[in-house]
Unconditional design. Structure first.
Length: 155
């Protein structure tokens, strides 16, 4: 007779599971990476495309945070960041930045902070018309039949 509505009871007493043999293999590394490294992937090289700047900054920040062991100081983070800027307009910017801010008159190097590099990247590679475009969109934006300006003035 079938008992479809109730769970099937196992026959006999259940004891502890049998012991597993020790495996001679190392633990499985699911991510295919060296276990001493962080799990974040390296950023895509930035070549000056303004549409990819914020993604580059975000991916670089994530990688640096995940790899503190390899990039322990602001100097190593700056060097890493600059090493992933290559090609296109970015080459011209990097050459100028390096000669102006890194190489000192006596030939020594002074490494700016990663924040200074990022500020300079944003100043030089933000969409040229981004501010004007944002203002234009705000002026023409509508909520129903009212403009954004009318809604803002209400508050």
């Amino acid at each position: 007779m079938s008992n479809l509505g109730s769970p099937i009871e196992p026959e006999g007493p259940l004891g502890p599971p049998p012991p597993r043999p020790e495996s001679p293999l190392p633990p499985l590394n699911l991510f295919g990476r060296n276990e001493t490294k962080g799990l974040a992937r390296k950023p895509t090289v930035f070549s000056g495309d303004r549409k990819t700047l914020e993604k580059f900054i975000r991916d670089s920040s994530i990688y640096a945070s995940a790899n503190e062991k390899d990039l322990p100081t602001p100097q190593t983070k700056t060097q890493f960041l600059l090493s992933y800027i290559d090609g296109g307009e970015a080459d011209t910017w990097k050459e100028y930045f390096f000669n102006r801010y890194v190489v000192q008159p006596n030939g020594s190097y002074h490494w700016p902070t990663p924040e200074e590099v990022i500020a300079s990247l944003r100043a030089n590679f933000t969409k040229e018309d981004e501010i004007e475009e944002s203002l234009r969109k705000l002026e023409t934006m509508k909520q129903g039949s009212r403009t954004a300006e009318e809604i803002i003035n209400e508050f």
